[in-house]
Design a binder for this molecule. Structure first.
Ligand SMILES: *Cc1c(COP(=O)(O)O)cnc(C)c1O
Length: 462
C-alpha cells in the first residue's frame, strides 16, 4: 500500500502551521512559540507523531474514534462511494442509497419511537437544527410563544452561535455576545464540586428540581424544551447522581417540555449501551448525534426525532438544511462504522467485558494520594485531583493549573489524557484491549506520581 510521506522536518511543519493555521480552542500565540505536535498516522488506539513517537490515545481523538484508527473496511467503503456518487443533495425531492440505508439503520438502533433522522455536518449543527425544530414544532401546534430552551451551566453543546449558547461554558459566552436570546441555564448536577454536605442522592434531586423552578418562573407556556447530555462530557465527565434523571423525566412529562438528549458523546456505545439515554433511563423526544456516528472518519451529525415531533414538523415546510446534510460519503462511512460496532459486538464488550475491566482499574486510582474521586461509566471516566481528599478541596490558585501539569506529564509519557480544570478525563477508543488498558493505567499512574512530586516542590500540596 502507498503511504503518505512527510517531506518536511518537524520544525518546518510547525513553523508553517504557526504561520498559516488558526487552531480551535487554542491560545495561538503561545502555541506558535511551543510548536504543535504533528500527528502523522494512527492504528487501533495508537497515534504516531512526526518524530516517530507512539502515543496511546485515551481520548479517542475528541471522544469520537469509537472503532479505533486504521480501519481498512471504512477506507474501502469511502473510496467506493466517492467513485459511485461523491455528492448529491437531499433538498429538492431527491435522495440517495447511503442516506436511506443509514436512516433506516439509525431508526432500528435508536430506542422507542425515535424513527426519523435530520442530518447535519456536526454536533453543533445538529443542535442548531434542534433549536429551530422545537420552536417550529410548538408554532405548528399553535403555541409560538413556547420558545425558551433550558440548558445547564457547564454543559457542552457545540461551538456555533446556537451550540455555544445552549452550552453553559462561561469562557465561550464571554466571547461574541452569547448566549443568544431565549436560552436559560440552570445549575448542573456536579455533586463533587457543588454538592457540599448533601448526599449525592439528595443533591441529584435538588438539581433536577431546579428545572421545575425554572419552568415555573419562566412560565410553562414559554418553555419549548430542555436539553442535556446524559453524562456531561466536555464539562469534565460529570456522571449525575442516580436520582437526577428520573426526576428530570418526571418534570418534562408533567409540563409538556420536549426533552433533547445530546448524545454526541454518549451515543454509539460510549456508556455501554447504544445510547446514553438507555444507560440513564431517559426517554427523549430528540437525540443529537455526531462523533461516534462515524467514529470520526467523516464529519457527520444529526438529530434523531420521535414519531410525534416528526409528524408535526411534516405539516409544514421546514426552512432549514445544510449543503452536506446526509452527505453520501459520510453516510456510507457511518453505515460501515455501525456495521463494525454491531458485528464485532463492541457495545456488548464495553458493557460486559473490557468496560468493567477498565472501570475497576480506573476506580482504583482513587487510592492515589492526589485523587479525591474516580468515576466512570462505560468508557468515559474522570479523576478529580485535590490537595485534600476528605474535603474534596480545590487547589490554591488557578483551577486547572495542576490538571495542566498532569496533562503535560501524560503527554511526556506517551498518553493522551485531557484535563478539565483539575479533573483528568478519558474516553478511549471502545476497541481498547485489556493489555492496552493496563498500559493506560500504568502511564496515568506514573503521570500522577510525577505531578504529585512536582506540586509538592511548588508548595501546592502539603
Ligand atoms: C462535541 C460535542 C458537540 C459538538 O459537536 P461538533 O461536531 O464539535 O460540532 C455537541 N454536543 C456534545 C455533547 C459534544 O460533546
Amino acid at each position: 500500500m502507498e503511504t503518505i510521506t512527510n517531506h518536511l522536518p518537524t520544525a518546518e511543519l510547525q513553523a508553517l502551521d504557526a504561520a498559516h493555521h488558526l487552531h480551535p480552542f487554542s491560545h495561538q500565540g503561545e502555541l506558535a512559540e511551543k510548536g504543535a505536535r504533528i500527528i502523522t498516522r494512527a492504528t487501533g488506539v495508537t497515534l504516531t507523531d512526526s518524530e516517530g513517537c507512539e502515543i496511546l490515545d485515551a481520548m479517542a481523538g475528541l471522544w469520537c474514534v469509537n472503532v479505533g484508527y486504521g480501519r481498512d473496511e471504512i477506507a474501502d467503503v469511502a473510496a467506493r462511494q466517492i467513485r459511485e456518487l461523491p455528492y448529491y443533495n437531499t433538498f429538492f425531492q431527491t435522495s440517495h442509497v447511503p442516506v436511506i440505508a443509514l436512516s433506516a439503520k439509525l431508526a432500528e438502533l435508536a430506542p422507542g419511537d425515535l424513527n426519523h433522522v435530520f442530518y447535519a455536518g456536526s454536533g453543533s449543527e445538529a443542535n442548531d437544527t434542534n433549536m429551530r425544530m422545537v420552536r417550529v414544532y410548538w408554532a405548528q401546534k399553535g403555541k409560538p410563544d413556547k420558545k425558551i430552551i433550558i440548558s445547564r451551566n457547564n454543559a457542552y453543546h457545540g461551538s456555533t452561535m446556537a451550540g455555544a449558547s445552549l452550552g453553559g461554558m462561561t469562557p465561550m459566552h464571554e466571547q461574541g455576545g452569547l448566549p443568544i436570546p431565549d436560552v436559560h441555564h440552570i445549575p448542573q448536577p456536579n455533586w463533587y464540586a457543588e454538592g457540599g454536605d448533601t448526599t449525592p442522592e439528595e443533591f441529584g434531586l435538588q438539581r433536577a428540581q431546579e428545572l421545575e423552578k425554572a419552568i415555573l418562573a419562566l412560565g410553562e407556556d414559554k418553555v419549548a424544551a430542555f436539553i442535556a447530555e446524559p453524562v456531561q462530557g466536555a464539562g469534565g465527565v460529570i456522571i449525575p447522581p442516580s436520582t437526577y434523571w428520573p426526576e428530570i423525566q418526571r418534570i418534562c412529562d408533567k409540563y409538556e417540555i420536549l426533552l433533547i438528549a445530546d448524545e454526541v458523546i454518549c451515543g454509539f456505545g460510549r456508556t455501554g449501551n447504544w445510547f446514553g439515554s438507555e444507560t440513564m433511563g431517559i426517554k427523549p423526544h430528540i437525540m443529537s448525534i455526531a462523533k461516534g456516528l462515524s467514529s470520526g472518519y467523516a464529519p457527520i451529525g444529526g438529530s434523531i426525532v420521535c414519531d410525534e415531533v416528526a409528524e408535526v414538523i411534516a405539516g409544514c415546510e421546514f426552512n432549514h438544511g445544510y449543503t452536506y446534510s446526509g452527505h453520501p460519503v459520510a453516510a456510507a462511512i457511518a453505515l460501515e462504522n455501525l456495521r463494525i460496532l454491531e458485528e464485532e459486538n463492541i457495545v456488548d464488550r464495553v458493557r460486559n467485558d473490557t468496560g468493567p475491566y477498565l472501570q475497576k482499574k480506573w476506580k482504583a486510582l482513587a487510592d492515589h494520594p492526589l485523587v479525591a474521586d474516580a468515576c466512570i461509566v462505560g468508557m468515559m471516566g474522570a479523576i478529580a485531583l485535590s490537595p485534600n481528599k476528605a474535603e474534596r478541596a480545590p487547589f490554591d490558585g488557578d483551577s486547572g493549573a495542576v490538571g495542566l501539569i498532569c496533562r503535560e506529564h501524560c503527554f511526556a509519557n506517551n498518553l493522551i489524557m485531557r484535563h478539565v480544570g483539575d479533573r483528568m478525563i478519558i474516553s478511549p477508543p471502545l476497541v481498547i484491549t485489556k493489555d492496552e488498558i493496563d498500559t493506560l493505567i500504568e502511564r496515568a499512574t506514573r503521570a500522577l506520581d510525577l505531578t504529585l512530586e512536582q506540586i509538592k516542590k511548588q508548595g501546592l500540596f502539603k
